[in-house]
Design a protein around this ligand. Sequence first.
Ligand code: ZN
Length: 1079
Amino acid sequence: MKFPQRLVIVSAASCMLLVYIVILYSQALMQLWNSDQDVRIKRSLDQALNGRLGQTSALELDKCPHFRFMSPNTTISTFDLPAKTNYKIYTNMQYLIPHQPLESAYYPDIEPLTVIVLPHSHVDPGWLRTIDDYYVYQVKNILNNMVKKLNAYRNMTFVWAETVFLSMWWNELDDDVKVQVRHIIARGQLEIALGGWVMPDEATTTYTSVIDQLVEGHQWLWENVQVRPKNSWSIDPFGHSGTMPYLWKLSGQDKMVIQRVHQAIKGTLAGTKSLEFYWQQYWDRSGKDSILCHIMPYMLYGLHHTCGPDKFVCSMYDYRKVPIENTRVASKQVTEENVAEQAKYLYEQYRSKAGLYRYNTILVPLGDDFRYDFEIEWDQQYHNYNALMQYMNAQKEWKINVKFGTLEDYFSQIRIEETRKRKWGNEYKFPILSGDFFPYSDQNHAYWTGYYSTRPFDKRFSREVESILRSADLLHVMAYFYFKQWNKAYSSYHENTASLQQAHRNLALFLHHDAITGTAKPYVVQDYEFKLLQAYNFSQDVMGCALQALLSKGKFQSPRLFNPETIRSTFKDPSMRRTVSVVKLGTKVVFFNPLPYDRAEFVQLIVDTTQFEIRNSKNEVIPYQVNPIWVASTVVHKEAFEIVFHVHIPPLGVETYTLYPKDDSKKHWARISMYNTLELEVDRELKFEQDRPRHGGSHVGRVEIENQYLIATFETIHGMLQDIRDKRTGNTTNIHFDFLHYVSQGSGAYLFFPKGSASPFIQSIPVIRVITGPFVSEIQVLFPNLYHSIKLFNHPGLQGEVLHIQNALDMHVLNMKDREVIMRMSTDVKNKNFTFFTDQNGFQLIGRKTVRENRIETNYYPMTSMVVLEDQYKRLTLHSGQPHGTSSLEQGWVEVMLDRQLLYDDERGLGEGIWDNKLTMSKFILQIEYRDMPPAEEMKFTYPTLFSHLVSEHLQQPIQKVFTPINSDALAQSFLPSGQSLPCDVTILSLRNLINSDLVYNSTSFIVHRKNYICGFTSPPLPCSSNNTGTFLIRELLKDVKFSDLRETTLTHINTLRTIADDKLQLSPMEIKSYLLSL
Ligand SMILES: [Zn+2]
């Protein structure tokens, strides 16, 4: 082996690390030689390694921060838990949760036990009814009764989580009731926990949107009731993400409660009394951002499942008896005669539950969905429990103290016990856990992995709203600031501010765990869609208005000139591009780059002519490519065309490109090639180059599209991708695409339960169109109601390094009952041990391991922005523009579920299947990266490369476009607020104005995230710096913005951490920091 000798030259500083890498390298090399991989890859990796390692210095490794953080510093990793878990189902259809025998309640050596009984009501902002119906018929009553009864029963408590309902209620309250609410809170009887706008779903939401709804909720709470939540309460989301504990902690909450964790995993944790732990991020070696988490042990959060292990016993302690309800009630009112007997059974349940935890304090939630809506229930629960508590507390030999309390009461008690006992040894310390809790199963091997993909139309819709709203926020902040600077009145301020507030709240509502999950009734879904459409339109309005104000330097605020280029005409249609009409004096198209990095890329527009030229803001003529628009599968539109041209837009910048009528413009007509049809109808006037249509029949042909870097090859029967070749290195990756379907045997809105493996779902031969040109080449495959396209841009930057994929699927029209459609890639990536990575909320990548012996649905995981497959040589990343369920069932495979049409209910409360499918678009980017260093180790988590982060940002934050036929000199050609790009690893999560209830400006929220990234892959040049100091200046980003005050705060801005004298911001890798600027 030639390699080890070369090590002699390394510097002492990096010696240890290099020894480690050498071991890994030797292992890697052995496997290399044993494999049948392309010799070229071996050679290039070999050369790269020798070169790279010879030069590696401590400084270089310092630039690649992942090296220091790859080994988690935790006692429990959820990655390892499945192997230790007993998944057996017992006769009652349940997984096993170990419990103390009931007799243990009477052992002579029992220790004193404190029981905190926690009244609560779980209120969904939409599920079987709309949010408004729930409010009017139930929630309003719950809250009104709460004030009355907590005033009457001073030892009773209540916990509330959803701020959206508080805000609806608050608007109707008299001032004196508001004062009473504040008093109840001040007395510690009412605790607002979590305090988000909603209790968000944790599988399908992005971290930016989760933060945004938390800001919305916390700001409301602070302004109206002066509350800063200290404890998170997230009891109904269907599985729990590892990202949320970090966000809750940053927002000032240092304890949390969750419920829907796989019951078998709960059993494993309970076995070592680990249902309470510090939840620490894999990458957080210090543990400074960890949070104390309590998992509720039993199957549901309702009071029939919370007093102890026996749900039949617990249901005897539900004292609700509402006259108009004729449900059978197991409980008997507590009387002097029966109190002893009732107390005894309950006491035994409490003692048994206590055996699951390390400390002698237990939490017993006393509530359920929409409980306490009738006044009488408050009295019934209170009086009966009060009588039981008095009796139990009087039994000295029971050594028990039962009382009503809040989460804060509970956690204070166990914290005290921990501090007191931890000096006695490790067994009393809380364990440290890293990872997450997906997938979720409640009982009977039923896996809640279907909802990751249920109602994908709405999942995609919300992602679009998210990006448009973010752009509108950025532009509105800039308009607000520049009007101040210009000393002019921002006349649309109130209108825009009100629109943005509504848009934020509508999107926040959609994060609710029955909204984005797709698990509500159809008419409730429609209600969400109306609200998303309103948010979409409001954001477009604000964006157009602010752009006009900024380009006219505030002179020209009305009438509105700009039309959005992309619209949604109704709540049930996907977004559509509008046709830009080229007018005599020139049509202006304005582009906004919402990213804080320089951006150069090809854009596409639909226009009504090809007789025009494009000029940029410097009046230079820009060439363009003309692509066909289709009126039918083989008929080209005579009067509409897609044009593709290159734009360059600085960070957060606005640039105008003007389309002037002209006969002989610099344009390139695309070439059209058709497969599997003999038809192609193109008007004679049009200059498209054409190949003679070919009928493929059963003969498998090949067709390629290429750019300067890549060649993608497709077969011509189904138009599916076969491989991608990198022209620079000669490396080829085999990637076979397939569209398949699972047949359901019990899937529903929540559950995925397929009957066997997936099979091809379309038998017909599709028409294939291949459009090639100098700027972009594309293959378009037309199955009945499934459109699939892959594009390659001929771009020297990141746009040219990846494949752009788009699908449009309409299962409703296809009449595919009880089917679940997937897109699968089978590749030659040899991922070890069936390990792959999925993102969590777009914030981090977490390791998954497929267990091939187990059923398919157990190996499904949520992805919101990417799934990664890698081996010794390369990494394949599928970026996604919307959330999906995903899996890697065999080595080299990746699949994502695109849609599901299900006739039957899955018995989780919805009461029906899902068959309101609509035409649904999905967007992906496929990226392949080749290693120039071997992987560090087998990893439980990883990071994207810096380049991959940028690709993701481009997909999630597309350039926004508006246009106007009015070519007025009053509008400047450009608006460039930024001095320079932020470092590539720093991203803006939020730049928005905060306001009070009267829409008066309060301050500006600026939330930034410094990403961490992995090195060791060949990277193209990046449009931003990758210097890893983590420091940047706001004045470099926003060169003209002057602010009177800059403070670092907790995540949602309700606590100030420190004032910053200069404008220098400093972040560590993975850190999210929040700032308040006063403009
Ligand atoms: Zn719920």
